[in-house]
Design a protein around this ligand. Structure first.
Ligand SMILES: [Cu+2]
Length: 169
C-alpha cells in the first residue's frame, strides 16, 4: 500500500501540532481564574466582567475583546463622598506572581454596546491582551460564565444594582 505514508505522516504532524499547543498553554505567562460576567435583563446595553488574573512576570492588562460587545473597556470604580463612579483606564498593572482581582469594587471589564442579552449560564468568550515588561503581548482566551444579577458572591456594594446607563463613562 503506497498510500500509507501520507496519511500517517499527516496524522503525526497533527499530533505534534496539538502537543505543541498544549505545551504553549501550559507555559502561558498569565493565568486567569474565576472569570464571570453579570447576566443582563432584556434591553440592557452594558454589563461587567470579573476575574482573577495572575501574571508570572510584571505585566499589565491592556485590552479585552469579546464578541458579545461592540465596545469593551477597562474601568475602575471609586467612591467619592458616597457616590460611586467609574472611569476608563488604559491598563491594569499585574505585578509578578500576584493575584489581581477584577471585582465589583475596583477594576472591572466593561462590556458596552452589547449585541444581545446575556443570560445566566451563558458562556461569554473573552480575550485578554496582556503585555509584559518587554512589550511582548500575550492573548488569553477565557470563557466567562454568566451569573444572575443577584449572584451572592460579592460584597455590600452591588455593582449590578447600579444603572450603568445613568453613569458617566
Ligand atoms: Cu464600568
Amino acid at each position: 500500500m503506497t498510500l500509507q505514508p501520507r496519511p500517517s505522516r499527516l496524522k503525526s504532524a497533527l499530533l505534534l501540532a496539538s502537543l505543541l499547543g498544549l505545551a504553549n498553554a501550559a507555559s502561558a505567562a498569565t493565568q486567569v481564574d474565576n472569570a464571570w460576567v453579570r447576566a443582563t435583563v432584556a434591553g440592557q446595553h452594558a454589563s461587567g466582567a470579573f476575574m482573577d488574573i495572575t501574571a508570572s512576570s510584571d505585566s499589565k492588562l491592556v485590552q479585552v475583546q469579546s464578541p458579545v460587545a461592540k465596545n469593551v473597556q477597562i474601568h475602575q470604580s471609586s467612591m467619592h463622598n458616597d457616590v460611586m463612579s467609574m472611569q476608563q483606564v488604559d491598563a491594569v498593572t499585574l505585578p509578578a506572581g500576584q493575584k489581581v482581582s477584577l471585582d465589583t469594587h475596583g477594576y472591572h471589564v466593561m462590556l458596552m454596546e452589547l449585541t444581545g442579552q446575556i443570560k445566566a449560564g451563558d458562556k461569554v468568550p473573552l480575550t485578554l491582551i496582556v503585555e509584559n515588561a518587554k512589550g511582548e503581548k500575550e492573548s488569553i482566551k477565557v470563557d466567562a460564565e454568566a451569573r444572575a444579577l443577584n449572584a451572592p458572591d460579592h460584597g455590600s456594594m452591588d455593582h449590578g444594582s447600579m444603572d450603568h446607563s445613568m453613569m458617566k463613562h
